[in-house]
Design a protein around this ligand. Structure first.
Ligand SMILES: CC(C)(COP(=O)(O)OP(=O)(O)OC[C@H]1O[C@@H](n2cnc3c(N)ncnc32)[C@H](O)[C@@H]1OP(=O)(O)O)[C@@H](O)C(=O)NCCC(=O)NCCS
Length: 204
């Protein structure tokens, strides 16, 4: 998804392995409560860096939400088997200044599209029992929630892939890449303009 409000546009697109450092920086920017909610317990910066080093193994898909060119939210999809997985685990992270503004819902929508187009029918999310916001996002997609003492497991079922769902994903990615390109061009043009407006050095 892209909107058309210039540099504040939200771009939802896949992240590539070469962009792992963006994911690391985003996860490091989570405040301590969000980080605990994301990982299920308090984890150190070193843990996050090590974790990101192993994210892009085969089959993993990471979808990001970029605002003004910066990765502010991410959804990770981990198929539960290497071949023809029908189930996957999903994890979400939205930086605190951007929470409760619909990004988690947008990412869930896109992740379900990605999952169904890869033959994955069941998406499972583990979250802490007090994490009502994550549970609310899952409920919007008709999740089955099972409650344990300190954990909730949410299961969302993805529909089967259709030619239309494949086209929908391809088009969304193409729009996002075009949006990211425009953003990069605008910021490069802005930098050029700044240089042009700099006062000329006085002659000696
Ligand atoms: C959980 C998380 C992914 C949700 O993303 P988000 O962008 O904040 O969520 P959205 O804005 O799309 O939706 C939140 C919904 O929860 C509702 N909500 C917010 N706080 C709530 C609460 N305390 N109780 C019940 N519902 C709540 C909102 O009203 C909204 O529903 P609405 O759209 O019907 O109004 C995000 O907050 C986050 O990353 N948190 C920290 C990490 C984390 O918890 N990860 C999940 C573990 S995998």
């Amino acid at each position: 998804m892209t909107d058309s409000q210039g540099d504040t546009a939200t771009v939802i697109r896949r992240l590539w392995p070469a962009e792992a450092m963006m994911l690391r920086d985003h996860l490091l920017r989570l405040d301590s409560e969000s980080r605990r909610n994301r990982f299920g317990s308090s984890v150190s910066d070193a843990f996050v860096a090590h974790y990101v080093g192993r994210v892009f193994r085969s089959g993993t898909v990471v979808v990001g939400a970029f605002i003004a060119g910066e990765l502010r939210a991410a959804a990770e999809l981990y198929p539960l088997s290497e071949v023809l997985a029908h189930e996957a685990e999903a994890a979400f992270s939205v930086e605190s200044g951007f929470q409760n503004a619909g990004l988690g819902t947008l990412l869930m929508e896109r992740l379900l599209l990605v999952a169904r187009n890869r033959g994955i029918r069941v998406l499972q999310m583990n979250c802490l029992a007090h994490n009502r916001r994550m549970q609310m996002v899952a409920r919007k997609f008709a999740a089955d929630l099972s409650f344990d003492t300190d954990q909730v497991v949410a299961q969302v079922t993805a529909p089967y892939a259709t030619p239309l769902s494949l086209v929908e994903e391809a088009q969304a990615e193409a729009r996002a890449v075009a949006g990211a390109f425009m953003q990069a061009q605008r910021s490069a043009a802005g930098r050029l303009l700044d240089l042009w407006m700099l006062p000329l050095p006085k002659a000696a």
